[in-house]
Design a protein around this ligand. Sequence first.
Ligand SMILES: NC(=O)c1ccc[n+]([C@@H]2O[C@H](COP(=O)([O-])OP(=O)(O)OC[C@H]3O[C@@H](n4cnc5c(N)ncnc54)[C@H](OP(=O)(O)O)[C@@H]3O)[C@@H](O)[C@H]2O)c1
Length: 221
Amino acid sequence: MMSFSAQSHLISSVLYQVHWPCALKKDAEGTGPEDFVPLNIKGTWAAMEKCYESGLAKSIGISNFTVEKTKSLLSHCKVRPAVNQVECHPLWQQKKLWPYLKSEGIHLTAYSPIGSSNSPFADINVLELPTITKMAEKYKRSPAQIALRWNIQQGHSVLPKSTHADRLASNIELFDFEISEEDLDEFAKIEQHRLLRGDEMWVNDSTSPYKTVEELWDGDI
Ligand SMILES: NC(=O)c1ccc[n+]([C@@H]2O[C@H](COP(=O)([O-])OP(=O)(O)OC[C@H]3O[C@@H](n4cnc5c(N)ncnc54)[C@H](OP(=O)(O)O)[C@@H]3O)[C@@H](O)[C@H]2O)c1
């Protein structure tokens, strides 16, 4: 049924999402050209709609869809995506995608909201950005709390991950302080840089639907 990789398992989900706008063979991880099968977004979304209509999923959504790919989906869908889950943090604020999603009433969920600090694709550490460390000092919060609070104040939900109990606890202590409008303007000045570009995962010169990262992200990179 799923030609896309899917983020949740289908045992009556609250939210069931298309993980990437790429189609893979069953159980493939998308790490090599042999993993891809032809992309069929219309067919996949029709199957997602059946999950919704049958009650297996309370909501259906997408992930890693650009403005152009979301627009294309909206042009033929019967059930609109409730959510688009994308990389979002102060270093990659989704300045093109977010206004569009907002205008369409689609919620943005932020993945890697503290910049995936230990992962190999994070060539810049979000938690060490001067704006973040300055605000952490000013508000007497950890850099992670500042990055997460910024996201929350944009209206997004956040998916922070940690293997440490103390960090898990502090990463949800976000609702007893507020970053001022003036300080939010400082975040708006941060030079933007997408961390998870997908070069190695989804882009190759043979069977992938995208030959370059620019095609994958429709130039928003
Ligand atoms: N839809 C998609 O395509 C997609 C893509 C990427 C990620 N995601 C999802 O997004 C979620 C999070 O993404 P992510 O793991 O890439 O990024 P993240 O949550 O931004 O960063 C996780 C990293 O930050 C560290 N960390 C957590 N809390 C911290 C704190 N308070 N201070 C300092 N470091 C802290 C963690 O290390 P420790 O474990 O050592 O604390 C871990 O290395 C995951 O659930 C993932 O599945 C979705």
